[in-house]
Ligand binder design. Structure first.
Ligand SMILES: Nc1ncnc2c1ncn2[C@@H]1O[C@H](COP(=O)(O)OP(=O)(O)OP(=O)(O)O)[C@@H](O)[C@H]1O
Ligand SMILES: [Mg+2]
Length: 317
């Protein structure tokens, strides 16, 4: 059967070529191209309004592209959008659980949408409750779950039909660090079991754990690669970390030091992007001292993804 060879014999889970979406005159997604391999965790990063959700909605077959092509699991996003919807899981940015249904009833509902038979549904519910650590809470109303638990349940609903490909649009927004960690543990397990994951996030620690990352800015992909590649390819110069009582005065002093391209708060420290750490470290030290600041240490650090993105956005301005 030719059709089953094309739909099952895909090498890449996602193939995107020049995908574009306009809203009136405004181009929200502007000719993006990338591939996602089977079993990969692909992180899609970008500032607010850069086109992440619009891209996801096109890939899920919910929103028609204005131009370009894309296929998901071998299905064309325009001509085979119904097959895509059946075969993928999608946890939208404003995911919807039924507040007045219990945990179990929500799973039943989504299982029903995907047409799971009774025994398959029972097996999958068991799997999902175990995975999401929701055993014992089957009869709680979704409304009474905290945000972190709601997100787990929403993921459970999105994968009740055992999809090979899952899209997650900012799944951990508004969730505390421990819950985020737990949520990501579930994602790693899924990826290890062969599921392909396409995830948008604003959290750089989460992005560090993706196999590959695409960075989208104003509708265009401006960087693509593994976290390590991005750090090598998009980070000309060094990062100097200044451990100091962070204040605007300290930031200004660092930022105005000759040779410092960029200075920004980084956690409880200040990061300075410089051409050469050896040369500029001394200049920063001088500059801080002349401002009357003396209690600090300066060290050269490996750039993080956050440093890379600050740098990338700066070069786009
Ligand atoms: N239906 C629509 N009609 C008009 N403009 C839209 C529509 N949907 C999205 N946009 C615009 O397209 C741009 C990209 O939006 P999108 O939601 O894809 O961004 P995003 O990267 O997901 O942002 P966020 O991080 O805030 O979720 C934004 O400027 C948005 O206002
Ligand atoms: Mg969005």
């Amino acid at each position: 059967m030719v059709l089953s060879t094309t739909s099952n014999g895909y090498e890449k889970s996602i193939v995107v070529d020049g995908l574009t979406r306009k809203f009136g005159e405004f181009t929200a997604v502007d000719g993006v191209s990338f591939d996602v391999r089977r079993g990969e965790i692909f992180g899609f990063l970008g500032p607010n309004g850069s086109g992440k959700s619009t891209t996801i909605r096109m890939l899920c077959g919910i929103l028609e592209p204005s131009g370009g092509r894309a296929s998901v699991l071998g299905f064309d996003v325009v001509n085979q959008s119904e097959q895509i919807k059946q075969h993928i899981g999608y946890m939208s940015q404003k995911f919807s659980l039924y507040d007045d249904l219990t945990v179990m009833e929500n799973l039943d509902f989504y299982g029903g949408i995907y047409g799971l038979g009774n025994s398959k549904l029972a097996e999958r519910k068991d799997f999902v409750l175990e995975m999401a650590d929701l055993k014992g809470r089957e009869h709680e109303l979704a409304a009474n779950l905290s945000t972190g638990w709601k997100q787990r349940l929403a993921l459970g609903c999105a994968i009740i039909h055992e999809p090979r490909m899952v899209f997650l649009d900012e799944p951990t927004g508004g969730v505390d660090p421990v819950s985020r960690r737990n949520f990501w543990d579930m994602l790693y397990h899924m990826a290890e079991a062969g599921t392909t994951l396409f995830v948008t996030t604003h959290y750089m620690d989460e992005a560090e754990h993706c196999h590959r990352i695409g960075f989208i800015y104003q509708g265009s992909i401006i960087a693509l690669g593994t976290p390590d590649q991005l750090k090598k390819d998009h980070m000309a110069g060094d990062i100097v970390e200044i451990s100091i009582d962070t204040s605007q005065r300290a930031l200004t002093a660092v930022g105005q030091t000759p040779g410092v391209d960029e200075a920004y708060f980084y956690g409880a420290t200040i990061h300075a992007k410089v051409g050469s750490a050896a040369r500029e470290s001394l200049a920063i030290e001088k500059s801080l001292k002349s401002t009357g600041l003396s209690d600090f240490t300066i060290q050269v650090v490996q750039p993080s993804l956050e440093d890379v993105f600050v740098n990338l956005i700066e070069t786009m301005r």
